[in-house]
Design a protein around this ligand. Structure first.
Ligand code: ADP
Length: 760
């Protein structure tokens, strides 16, 4: 009679042999990562050896062979369990993509195994109940238990942390395989060879199936279907048993009734009852187990009706993702607009696809990029079918994917990408997150989604064209506005040119007329002998003054041309700004006194020296003070303040230590639109002809170059200058403030100049 243990061991051994063959055949067909196939092969070989040892032990026990000690054989089979557990731990690591320190585990395992072998095998060989044997057994069993538990815990934690149902399903398979294998190995410790070998072989088959198969059937759905079949079967048995019992009791209570008639009536009743009850039950179970309930036909017609005529991309996204999301009960989704951007260098593979994502609430939620040569872009562009994140994670053809792209896709928490095409061009995507029911996207779902995506193509293309058109319109509007601005600027330049001619002639004519006039008078007086020394001196002085004015104007224009041609020479040394300001005020002392104005200086004395060209800086402040004098009526107040500013003091774009000087007056002020313009060449507020040229007269004007030159000099020092005013008003006199910021750029100050703050 055949021995059941031998039969079980023989079946297991054949299974491992077959698995070795299958693993070898499927090595390249499916995704076998990081040596999974290698470790599966080793595990199958060790399992085969382990089973062979048990086979020999059984043959020996049955006295079919006489060589070898049965006890030693049993120990050898125990020794195999620790390496087997370690191999499954490593396979778990590969499965979970977790870094497991293989060297540490292997070393620990090898130490335990060697210790156990030495303890048990070293002569004199101890009896089974001897402490050495028991200790060896404990070492082996302990190491095995830790490795097996670790593998189970790692897989359980991995399954818990996964949102994607496909990944979770895969984990369930691996957990089932591990449980079976571990149970098989555990039973070996308790010398249960039949169950042990069968469980282990079954677990191994399941493990190989899990590692080698990409699309695993839904374990939970299969379990639910199984439960449904069992419930329906039990119900059917209950109904028929009840029918039979009813028939018997009728027969007993009314013996006169012909059993044939009774049987026939009962049969009719059963036929009438059983089918409706069972189909009701089936419907109930179907609804209980299949939580995603939508009618594809109804969804298709509702979908195409809703998206026709939508021209707005945001609205299209809301409708598209909204309908699908509601029907399939998904957590989130997005409509993705795909644009191909060719490489700037013209390299055919160097371009990329930009992915603009619009959420179900119509918001733009981000932009991603896939390179032309990205395997994901290739699949979406070419394959005309949905691509799942599960595929991207596991299939070997996506393994070479760019890490940035992988991180981008992972960050989206999307389960399935459904491509949308216009002709052959890939123009969009439906990106759908996990279902709320935590179920996977079934084949039917995916094919419906592809149909929906195909229906979306026309609407998406129209909306994209419409958006392009809108974009072009906006760009045109911007261009028009820029053109208008440029025109205005040209007009202003034209005006400035005529102003220049007017100003130049106006400014030059007065001193020239004076020079010529006095010259004529002098000549006349010399001719008639009327020239007395006092009149002569007065006239010579007037001619000199007029000539000086001419010289000043020419110099100003010369400075302007130097600034424009960037040939302004600066000789920079550390200069205390207090003395610069002081000298500038000195220049206009007569005018200030005549106009009864008050100039006060604050906070200048303790400022650090600024490395600058002192003469040029005096020119800047002199101009600013002169402008303040001219813009302020008699009796006005000009306040000059200095302070040190550091990068963190709130002044924008400041990255070094600077000194800020402000010149504030209570004069007529500056209109907001002129605040920048006054720094332009030849710009003077109001009509050019209304101005009178004069050094310090109220509202007196020069050639309109002072501020332009001041800005040129300040910027040449790496500084900034700007004006602030709440407006222009000759009656209210809001005043104006000019700010000058200059970098300190410290260097040792050779001759410090001390200046008391306060009124001058
Ligand atoms: P100008 O040679 O006319 O002084 P600027 O370039 O120095 O030329 O000044 C240009 C114009 O800026 C002046 O004509 C005046 O209208 C205006 N402006 C300058 N400083 C002030 C100020 N402190 N208050 C009001 N307006 C001012």
């Amino acid at each position: 009679m055949a021995d059941p243990i031998l039969a079980a061991l023989f079946i297991s051994a054949t299974t491992y042999l077959a698995l070795l063959f299958v693993i070898d055949r499927r090595r390249d067909v499916l995704d076998i990562r990081e040596g999974a196939s290698r470790f599966l092969t080793i595990a199958a070989a060790v399992s085969l050896a382990w089973t062979a040892v048990q086979l020999l032990a059984r043959l020996r026990a049955l006295n079919l062979i006489s060589w070898m000690d049965p006890l030693s054989l049993q120990w050898v089979s125990h020794y195999s369990l620790l390496p087997l557990a370690l191999l499954f731990l490593r396979l778990t690591g590969i499965f979970e993509r977790r870094k497991i320190n293989l060297t540490a585990w292997t070393t620990a395992g090898a130490v335990l195994l060697t210790a156990a072998v030495l303890l048990h095998e070293l002569p004199p060989r101890p009896a089974e109940e001897h402490f050495r044997s028991q200790f060896a057994f404990m070492l082996l069993a302990g190491g095995w238990a830790v490795s097996s538990t670790s593998a189970l815990v790692i897989t359980l934690l991995g399954a818990r942390g996964r949102a994607s149902p496909l990944h979770r399903n895969r984990s369930y398979y691996w957990i089932s395989a591990l449980l079976l294998v571990t149970a098989g190995q555990a039973l070996c410790w308790f010398s249960q060879p039949i169950l042990s070998s069968l469980f282990h072989a079954a677990g191994f088959v399941m493990g190989c199936y899990t590692q080698l198969t990409h699309y695993l059937p839904d374990l939970r759905a299969t379990a639910r279907r199984g439960a449904g079949i069992i419930i329906i079967s039990i119900l059917t048995i209950v109904i028929y048993t009840a029918g039979y019992a009813a028939f018997q009791s009728i027969e007993q209570q009314a013996p006169g009734i012909s059993p044939l008639l009774g049987g026939a009536v009962l049969a009719v009743l059963m036929v009438l009852l059983v089918n409706p009850v069972l189909s009701l039950m089936q419907r109930f179970l179907h609804r209980l187990f299949n939580r995603s309930r939508y009618d594809p036909n109804q969804m298709l017609s509702e979908y195409s009706l809703s998206i026709s005529n939508i021209l707005n991309l945001e609205y299209l996204a809301m409708i598209v993702v909204g309908i699908i999301g509601q029907a399939m009960d998904i957590t989130h989704g997005a409509l993705v607009i795909v644009h191909h951007e060719p490489s700037s260098t013209g390299n055919p593979g160097g371009g990329s696809f930009s992915l603009r994502m619009i959420s179900e609430s119509g918001q733009y939620i981000g932009v991603g990029r896939l390179k032309d040569n990205s395997p994901v872009a290739y699949a979406l562009r070419r394959e005309h079918q949905p691509l799942t994140q599960y595929d991207i994670d596991l299939l070997s053809r996506f393994k070479a994917m760019d890490e940035d792209e992988r991180a981008f896709l992972n960050s989206l928490d999307i389960d399935v990408y459904v491509p949308i095409y216009s002709g052959d061009a890939w123009i969009g995507l439906l990106a759908l997150g996990p279902k709320k029911t935590q179920e996977r996207y079934y084949k039917e779902d995916l094919s419906l989604l592809q149909t929906l995506a195909d229906q979306t193509a026309i609407a998406l293309e129209n909306a994209r064209l419409y958006e392009d058109l809108k974009q072009r319109n906006t760009e045109n509007e911007i261009l028009n506005a820029e053109l208008k601005q440029a025109n205005r600027e040209l007009e202003r330049l034209d005006e400035a040119k005529s102003d220049f001619i007017t100003i130049a002639s106006h400014e030059l004519r007065t001193p020239l007329t004076q020079v010529i006039g006095y010259n004529d008078i002098l000549g006349e007086m010399v001719k008639t002998g009327q020239l007395n020394p006092r009149d002569g001196k007065r006239m010579i002085e007037s001619v000199h003054k007029a000539a000086r004015r001419l010289e000043e104007i020419v110099e100003t224009m010369f400075d302007m041309s130097k600034i424009e041609s960037r040939t302004l020479d600066l000789s920079c040394v550390p200069v205390p700004l207090a003395s610069v300001v002081n000298n500038s005020i000195e220049t206009w002392k007569t005018g200030i006194n005549e106009r009864k104005q008050v100039v006060t200086v604050h906070g200048m004395a303790h400022l650090p020296a600024v490395t600058c060209d002192g003469k040029r800086m005096t020119q800047v402040f002199s101009n600013l003070i002169q402008n303040a004098i001219k813009s302020t009526p008699d009796g006005g107040h000009i306040r000059i303040t200095g302070r040190l500013v550091e990068p963190h003091d709130g002044v924008p774009d400041l990255n070094e230590e600077c000194v800020e000087v402000t010149i504030e007056d209570n004069g007529i002020g500056i209109a907001e639109e002129d605040l920048e313009r006054i720094f332009q060449k030849f710009y003077r507020g109001g009509s050019v002809l209304l101005h009178s040229s004069g050094d310090t007269k109220f509202k007196g004007a020069g050639p309109g170059l002072g501020l332009t030159i001041a800005r040129g000099i300040v910027e040449a020092h790496g500084g900034r200058i700007w004006a602030e005013s709440s407006g222009f008003d000759e009656n209210l006199r809001p005043g104006a403030t000019f700010h000058v910021i200059l970098p300190v750029r410290r260097r040792p100050v050779e001759t410090p100049v001390r200046l008391a703050d306060g009124q001058r």
